[in-house]
Design a protein around this ligand. Structure first.
Ligand SMILES: *[C@@H]1O[C@H](CO)[C@@H](O)[C@H](O)[C@H]1NC(C)=O
Ligand SMILES: *[C@@H]1O[C@H](CO)[C@@H](O)[C@H](O)[C@H]1NC(C)=O
Ligand SMILES: *[C@@H]1O[C@H](CO)[C@@H](O)[C@H](O)[C@H]1NC(C)=O
Ligand SMILES: *[C@@H]1O[C@H](CO)[C@@H](O)[C@H](O)[C@H]1NC(C)=O
Ligand SMILES: *[C@@H]1O[C@H](CO)[C@@H](O)[C@H](O)[C@H]1NC(C)=O
Ligand SMILES: *[C@@H]1O[C@H](CO)[C@@H](O)[C@H](O)[C@H]1NC(C)=O
Ligand SMILES: *[C@@H]1O[C@H](CO)[C@@H](O)[C@H](O)[C@H]1NC(C)=O
Ligand SMILES: *[C@@H]1O[C@H](CO)[C@@H](O)[C@H](O)[C@H]1NC(C)=O
Ligand SMILES: *[C@@H]1O[C@H](CO)[C@@H](O)[C@H](O)[C@H]1NC(C)=O
Ligand SMILES: *[C@@H]1O[C@H](CO)[C@@H](O)[C@H](O)[C@H]1NC(C)=O
Length: 315
């Protein structure tokens, strides 16, 4: 059967060419490192001179009186993890609803394009849940090739995994599967790429607008980020040569890790150190006593002084 896709022009393009700032542009003391409740560590920053490149440039917006939230483009940013190389953000839910006054299906579908940005959809954190009765949904790539299918017929919800390195996705609903016969019970179908942990199916999602209402029509997604420059991709081996003066692992006691999701690399602090490898002197001695208290009389390991582990002063 031939599938028909209803793809409206509603969508989101995040064409953030990742131009590196000059190596001297370390975030200055004037740079804000928090927006509302969310920490914004370098290479992320608020404002041009505070981030490594435009792709890491967040906007801090007052969404209600006195309530500030960070955005990347027009997508709300929930969390940044330097260690995991991930961010969490809120992505739009696509909907496909029967309209009883027109007798037609109304589609509100989204696409999300991050191919020229430092981000990729994380392959490990996602499901593509489809909620609805009698629904067939697709994720399409740029060339409208099926990446994965999620279909529901009766069960009410199903989900599927996504491929690695995905930088574009578009949701399509198959018009041959619709809710025109069951709309009085279940008017809408929903589909979106979404964080596994954040999704918990409820039967109420079929017959109410609860699912769409929870985050005002949005659901959390996890994006894997890396230090990369548009289509030009430096792996660690090249980046370390620092030919352009743009090697991002600036801290002493830091190292380079090739990105596992798309081109580019990430930085990490060496074993025994913690902090921010992307800023000078950002990696500092991990306080190893914090998690496992030293035996009495013991000395905590200080890697930079090369003192052997747990020297006991007891005889
Ligand atoms: C980024 O890539 C463009 C071309 O793809 C190149 O002209 C530019 O110099 C690169 N910038 C850095 C900092 O590598
Ligand atoms: C997300 O942010 C909250 C508060 O901003 C923090 O408590 C939580 O640990 C973060 N979670 C992750 C996975 O980063
Ligand atoms: C960013 O830095 C440039 C060069 O140092 C300066 O001209 C510009 O005013 C700065 N922009 C902001 C918003 O501080
Ligand atoms: C990093 O990933 C691990 C494993 O997936 C997870 O348990 C942890 O909460 C993540 N940390 C942050 C800050 O996102
Ligand atoms: C239903 O369709 C009518 C006519 O096309 C339109 O005016 C109305 O906004 C639609 N209702 C909803 C809930 O989308
Ligand atoms: C998705 O489903 C359609 C229709 O059943 C099928 O033609 C297509 O091969 C499937 N694609 C994948 C990636 O499973
Ligand atoms: C719903 O699907 C049926 C067949 O699957 C089709 O005949 C009908 O035209 C569709 N209705 C709408 C409103 O799209
Ligand atoms: C999922 O939802 C059910 C019913 O609402 C609830 O009992 C359960 O604790 C939830 N699980 C998680 C992981 O949120
Ligand atoms: C989903 O929520 C958004 C934001 O509140 C709203 O604009 C949209 O109309 C809702 N869609 C449905 C089908 O309920
Ligand atoms: C940093 O990454 C390298 C390469 O993946 C890994 O061998 C090393 O254990 C990591 N260091 C820390 C402290 O996680």
């Amino acid at each position: 059967m031939e599938a028909h896709f209803l793809l409206l022009g509603l969508g989101l393009v995040l064409l953030l060419a990742a131009q590196h700032a000059p190596a001297v542009a370390i975030p200055g003391p004037e740079c804000q490192t928090k927006c509302g409740e969310v920490d914004i560590p370098y290479p992320f920053g608020i404002g041009d001179n505070c981030s490594l490149s435009t792709g890491f440039n967040a906007i801090c917006q007052e969404v209600q009186r006195g309530v500030y939230k960070p955005f990347l483009g027009n997508v709300e940013l929930l969390n940044i993890s330097l260690i995991n190389g991930t961010i969490r953000e809120l992505n739009h839910i696509s909907t496909y609803c029967y309209n009883s006054s027109s007798g037609m299906m109304d589609a509100d579908t989204w696409y999300y394009d991050v191919r020229l940005s430092p981000y990729r959809f994380s392959d490990v954190h996602h499901k593509f849940p489809v909620i609805g009765c009698n629904t067939l949904t697709y994720i399409k790539d740029r060339n409208l090739i099926d990446l994965t299918n999620g279909s529901c017929s009766g069960m009410g919800c199903c989900q599927t995994a996504i491929p690695k390195g995905m930088g574009y996705y578009q949701v399509g609903f198959d018009s041959g599967f619709n809710t025109s016969q069951i709309w009085s019970f279940s008017r809408c179908s929903y589909a979106m790429l979404m964080e596994v942990e954040a999704f918990n199916f409820s039967i109420a999602y079929l017959s109410t607008t609860k699912f769409n209402d929870t985050n005002t029509g949005r659901a959390p997604v996890v994006m894997a980020w890396a230090i990369r420059n548009g289509t030009m991709s430096l792996g660690c081996d090249e980046a370390k040569l620092n030919k352009m003066g743009t090697y991002a692992c600036l801290s002493s006691n830091s190292g380079c890790v090739d990105s596992r999701n798309g081109p580019g690399y990430l930085c990490n602090c060496s074993q025994g150190y913690e902090g921010n490898p992307y800023v000078r002197d950002g990696c500092h001695d991990a306080d190893e006593c914090k998690n496992s208290p030293c035996p009495s009389g013991g000395v905590c390991p200080q890697h930079n002084r090369r003192i052997p582990l747990f020297v006991s002063s007891r005889t």
